[in-house]
Structure formats: structure tokens, C-alpha cells
Design a protein around this ligand. Structure first.
Ligand code: BGC
Length: 422
């Protein structure tokens, strides 16, 4: 069967500066990777050297027929010293953006994808009270520089993951604080950052479409698990949704489903935990750190990806439906969806099943406008290093040779036909 997508549907792929460029030495992540006690599997090093190879990479994507390239500008390169903007870095991103446009593609620019300048990281990152204003100042500078070359801006990528990963000690992100207080404080900083960065973009370029990109999970729970599920949804999604009402679009990024189904005898304990301040403060972060299942631990009887996530391509449709319920009528873009696997046939299957499920969502009237797959290239998967392969294009990191996988051709075909065969 052939599933047609609406005219003008935006098909693309995504990357983030730190994961592909290489040598992002002025960033908090670089410092974190080189800390003697780092939880990061290996340093990012040269990454896939996209800093120098962007022309070839963009030509490759254009040749595959994939029209949107979502990439990020790197705050740490643009403002390596507080208050001093590096014009050569700004020029670089202008050239990258021009190259995308000249290839006949559409640039979608993420202004902040996880990394911070090291000077801000040293002050506690999102715990620093001036972080939101500093982000907004940097955003204004970038948007003024890129001018009319860019119509699509993403502000902060996955604020929920930034707070969860870096401030409650869950998945090995900097700055590595571990308490509930810091988690909440980082969430508040990010919420202000979202609002101020949107305003900064709008002020410099009112015509551009701007939105945050939210990490969402398809949750399932039993009665005992419901308070846990609600707690996570609130910390990871809803608190950020609450400041996204004025965004032009909602970016949705989903990789899996999470089932929270503790045995029923735990229900009173969970309830007590949820209500009790001291327990919540001390026990919850520990529980979270023990439960974060990353890096390939296999769940019994469940098909999993190399990340250890449940294999669940359709999860993206469930989360897009949820976003549409929270924001009726607002445009939604799937800004990330992908799978870590060394079996590229599995990636094609994952995309096909995910797209079929999204097609049904559109048929139900949800204004879903685009899909950018994570990721264009195999790249640096944060604390897990280079082991995870999310790319449509493989990269030999010795020679930096690029090899498109069948999944890249699959997405190119889907984009050109604006339809998927299922
Ligand atoms: C992030 C990416 C990351 C991907 C796969 C998202 O959380 O935005 O930077 O590589 O998921 O884990």
C-alpha cells in the first residue's frame, strides 16, 4: 500500500554540532569528556570532522534527495569567551547555511543542542541565574547573522533531557549534580531560556518559525506506576510545554516507549514517596540513577535497540497525538526519530513503521508538517561515545569516509515521492 503525505511535507535529517563537528574545545562537554572521573565512554575528538567537511556532507544529502537539513550552531565556538563573539565562527555558520540553501535544501537551525560554553558550564550551567539571558543574547547574535537565510529555528533541544541528564545524575551529562533541588532549578533555568530565546529569535526575525524540540516518551503504566509516570511526564515534558504555548511549532522527538508497571504491593510505597518531601528529595534521585537503562542492557522478553530501549517505532505517533492534545491546532514537526542499530534493514523497518503510524495521525487531522530523521550520520552519542550507530550514512572515523546506507536511499525516495510504501 502507498501512503501519500500532504503537499509540502518537510522531509529531512538532523545532526548537532558537538556530535559531528569535532574539536569543540571551548565547550562544557569537551571539559567534561576530559575530566579524570568522566562518565563519558570516550572523548569526542575529531568527531566526523564536519567542521571541515560540511560542503561534501551537504552535497551528499542533496544527492540523496533529502531536502531539509537540521543542524545546530555551536554557542561555545561563537562566544568562546563571555561577551566576546567570534566573527569567524559566525561566518562559518553563515557559509554552512548558504551551502544548504544553494544545494536547494532547507536549513533548520537548532540554536542550542546540549552544549554550553565552558565558562558558563564552570558556573553551573543552567543553575547559573543569568544563563537564560546569556542564551538569548547569543541567539540574537546568530539570528541577526543568518538573517533571511533561515526560516526555521529550534531553540533549546530537549530541555527535559538536559535537566535529567546533567542535574540529577541520570545519564552522564555535565555538570553532574545529583539532587532534586538542582534538577528543579535547572528546569526553571531552561524554562526561562526557552521563553527568552524564542523572544530573541522573534525580535531579530519575526518571519521565522520558531519552536522548542521536546523529548517525549510513549508512557504506559499500571495503577501502581501511574504516580511515577505522571511525575516523569511533568518533569520531562509538561513543565516545558507550559512555556511553549507561544511557539510557532512543537518539535517532537521520540525514540521509545516506557512501561512503568511495578507490582501492586508497591503502590502505597510509591504514593508515600510521591507525597513525602524528604523521601522524594533523597530516594528519588537514587532510584532514577539506578533505573536509567542505557547502553544496551537487555530487557527480558522485549525487543530492544542497541540503546537498550524497547523497539517501538510507533511510539512517535503516540507522542505526536499527545502533543496535539496539549496544543490543539498548532503545527507539529517530528524533529527527531531514529534507532541505534548496526543492522540497517532494521532502521528501514523502524522508519517505515514509524511513518505509517504518523500517516494515520495526519489522517486524523493532526497538523503534522514534517519529519527529520535522527541522524544523517553515525556520530558521537554523548556519554556513550561512538559505539551507537544512529546514522543513515556510515562514517569510517579513521579515514572519515562516508558511506550512505540503504536507509539513506530509502528516506531520499520517500522524500522525493512524498509517500511511503508499506
Ligand atoms: C538527542 C540527540 C541524540 C539522540 C539519540 C536525542 O536525545 O537530541 O543528540 O543523539 O537523541 O540518543
Amino acid at each position: 500500500m502507498r501512503l501519500e503525505f500532504p503537499p509540502g511535507f518537510m522531509w529531512g535529517t538532523a545532526t548537532a554540532a558537538h556530535q559531528v563537528e569535532g574539536n569543540n574545545r571551548s565547550s562544557d562537554w569537551w571539559a567534561w569528556e576530559h575530566h579524570p572521573k568522566t562518565p563519558v565512554a570516550e572523548p569526542s575528538g575529531d568527531a566526523i570532522d564536519q567542521l571541515n567537511r560540511y560542503e561534501d556532507d551537504i552535497a551528499l544529502l542533496a544527492g540523496l534527495g533529502i531536502p531539509v537539513y537540521r543542524f545546530s550552531t555551536e554557542w561555545a565556538r561563537i562566544e568562546p569567551t563571555e561577551g566576546e563573539f567570534d566573527q569567524s565562527a559566525l561566518d562559518h555558520y553563515r557559509r554552512v547555511t548558504e551551502t544548504v540553501s544553494e544545494a536547494g535544501m532547507t536549513p533548520m537551525v537548532t540554536l542550542n543542542h546540549f552544549t554550553l560554553p565552558v565558562w558558563l558550564g564552570a558556573r553551573g550551567g543552567w543553575l547559573s541565574p543569568d544563563a537564560p539571558e546569556l542564551l538569548a543574547r547569543y541567539c540574537s547574535r546568530v539570528v541577526e547573522e543568518l538573517g533571511d537565510l533561515v526560516d526555521w529555528y529550534c531553540t533549546i533541544n530537549e530541555p527535559g533531557v538536559v535537566a535529567f541528564g546533567g542535574y540529577v545524575g541520570a545519564i552522564g551529562f555535565p555538570p553532574g549534580t545529583t539532587t532534586m533541588t538542582e534538577w528543579d532549578q535547572a528546569i526553571e533555568g531552561l524554562r526561562r531560556g526557552l521563553a527568552l530565546s524564542r523572544e530573541a529569535v522573534k525580535q531579530s526575525r519575526p518571519e521565522a518559525k520558531v519552536g522548542a524540540t521536546h523529548a517525549m516518551i510513549e508512557y504506559e503504566s499500571n495503577d501502581a506506576g501511574r504516580p511515577i509516570m505522571e511525575f516523569f511526564r511533568s518533569q520531562m515534558e509538561d513543565r516545558f510545554f507550559a512555556v511553549s504555548g507561544d511557539d510557532d511549532f512543537i518539535g517532537v522527538q521520540t525514540y521509545t516507549r516506557q512501561t512503568i508497571a511495578p507490582p501492586s504491593w508497591t503502590a502505597p510505597i510509591v504514593k508515600a514517596l510521591a507525597g513525602n518531601g524528604a523521601l522524594r528529595k533523597h530516594a528519588l534521585p537514587r532510584l532514577i540513577r539506578n533505573q536509567a537503562n542505557l547502553g544496551g542492557e537487555q530487557k527480558k522478553g522485549v525487543r530492544t535497540t542497541d540503546m537498550g530501549y524497547e523497539y517501538r517505532p510507533e511510539a512517535i505517533a503516540a507522542t505526536v497525538r499527545r502533543a496535539a492534545e496539549v496544543f490543539p491546532g498548532k503545527d507539529i514537526i517530528v524533529t527527531e526519530h531514529g534507532i541505534a542499530t548496526t543492522n540497517d534493514e532494521e532502521r528501514v523497518e523502524f522508519m517505515r513503521d514509524g511513518l505509517a503510524a504518523l500517516h494515520a495521525v495526519i489522517a486524523d487531522g493532526v497538523p503534522l508538517r514534517g519529519y527529520t530523521h535522527w541522524s544523517a550520520f553515525d556520530n558521537f552519542e554523548w556519554a556513550l561515545g561512538y559505539r551507537m550507530q544512529f546514522g543513515l550514512i556510515g562514517v569510517d572515523r579513521e579515514t572519515q569516509e562516508r558511506t550512505p546506507k540503504p536507509s539513506a536511499e530509502f528516506l531520499g525516495r520517500v522524500a522525493q515521492e512524498n509517500a511511503v510504501e508499506v
